[in-house]
Design a protein around this ligand. Structure first.
Ligand code: UFG
Length: 333
């Protein structure tokens, strides 16, 4: 039997494929390669290129492969873009999940681990954020992920699909061996931008806002190592395989670091200067996002072992410094 990984050529999905194969699982990858990378596919995975909104394509894969469960990473995930182009997000994220659930129902596949986000909470009234807190997304992206969770819930009631939704905080780092890592075009996430500046690919990092109500005036986020994040997905699969009921879990470290602290850590790890400039706040950025991950620890038995900020930046640096152009090679765009 195989695990189907949707979006398995992206940053987080590719790390899932590698860990599943480390654990001797048979892995089927689906990706439309719109934002993912062919080079990120593990050589032992079976790859189908196609779009999850295409029901005939999905039927072909579900018919050909003995799929017992699904890990769903296939989505657009840029908060800013989602505000400019909401319909793109509803189409790819929500409609795509609707089609996927239809195919799962037709082929009797009843277990899904889902990639959700802290953006479902919006601006929290207090931190750390627990799973019971209100979900009031402040972006289209967060709204689509919340809607995808609701689709799974109602398909669970009607068709017996069981899901685990994992609400990620700030995912960073890379596989320790640096075969795969983070490569977004264009890049908008803090740690890759800071490390690209350390590589002199950017003149400076612009810090978005220095007047937040935090100790140093910059935003605080909860960073989680991508390998720990994926370990939680594998535990979630075990949980579903052991008849666990549908549930939602936060994944974070329960610790917050400011933008300035991230730059400082990267200066120490890389030994480079990393110039910064201060710019205005980025619209929609909450000042502090910190997870309570007690529920994942208690119910899934999750212990994030690599989630220390220096380790996260070191592993990200190993990837960026050995792949300064990401998956591209000289001369390609
Ligand atoms: N930041 C800068 N300069 C940059 C880039 C980021 O100062 O060039 C700051 C941001 O303002 C923010 C922090 O660094 O305070 C982290 O920003 P990221 O873009 O790396 O991450 P976000 O916290 O904005 O986004 C993450 C996930 C999203 C998710 C969101 C939930 O990447 O998928 O958390 O709010 F939706």
């Amino acid at each position: 039997m195989s695990v189907l990984v949707l979006g398995g050529t992206g940053y987080i999905g590719s790390h899932a494929v590698y860990q599943l194969i480390d654990q001797d699982e048979k892995v089927i990858v689906i990706d439309n390669l719109e934002t993912g990378h062919l080079e990120a596919i593990h050589p032992n995975a079976t790859f189908y290129q196609g779009d999850i909104r295409d029901i005939d394509f999905l039927r072909k894969v579900f018919k050909a492969e003995p799929i017992h469960s699904v890990l769903h990473f296939a989505a657009n995930s840029l908060v800013g873009e989602s505000m400019e182009n909401p319909l793109k997000y509803f189409d790819n994220n929500v409609h795509g999940t609707q089609v996927l659930l239809k195919a799962m129902t037709e082929y009797g596949v009843k277990k899904i681990v889902f990639s959700s986000t802290a953006a479902t909470y919006g601006e929290p009234k207090q931190v750390p954020i627990t799973e019971e807190m209100p979900t009031l997304p402040t972006s289209t992206y967060g709204e689509t992920k919340l809607t995808m969770e609701k689709l799974m819930k109602w398909c669970g009631i009607a068709h017996g699909i069981r899901y685990v939704s994992l609400r990620y905080f700030n995912v960073a780092g890379a596989r320790e061996t640096a075969e795969i890592g983070e490569d977004h075009q264009p890049e908008s996430h803090l740690i890759p931008i800071v490390l690209q500046t350390a590589l002199n690919q950017r003149e400076h990092v612009t810090i978005f806002g220095s007047d937040y109500n935090t100790d140093d005036g910059t935003c605080i986020r909860d960073y989680i190592h991508v390998e720990d994040l994926i370990a939680a997905h594998l535990l979630a699969l075990d949980y579903l395989n052991n008849n666990g009921s549908s549930d939602i879990f936060n994944l974070g470290s329960s610790k917050g670091f400011s933008v300035k602290q991230i730059v400082e850590t990267a200066r120490k790890v890389t030994g480079n200067e990393i110039p910064v400039k201060y710019g205005p706040r980025r619209p929609g950025d909450p000042s502090v996002l910190i997870a309570s991950s007690d529920k994942a620890r208690e119910i899934l038995g999750w212990i994030p072992e690599r989630t220390h900020i220096t380790k996260i930046v070191e592993d990200a640096w190993r990837w960026h410094s050995t792949h300064p152009l990401g998956y591209r090679t000289e001369g390609t765009s």
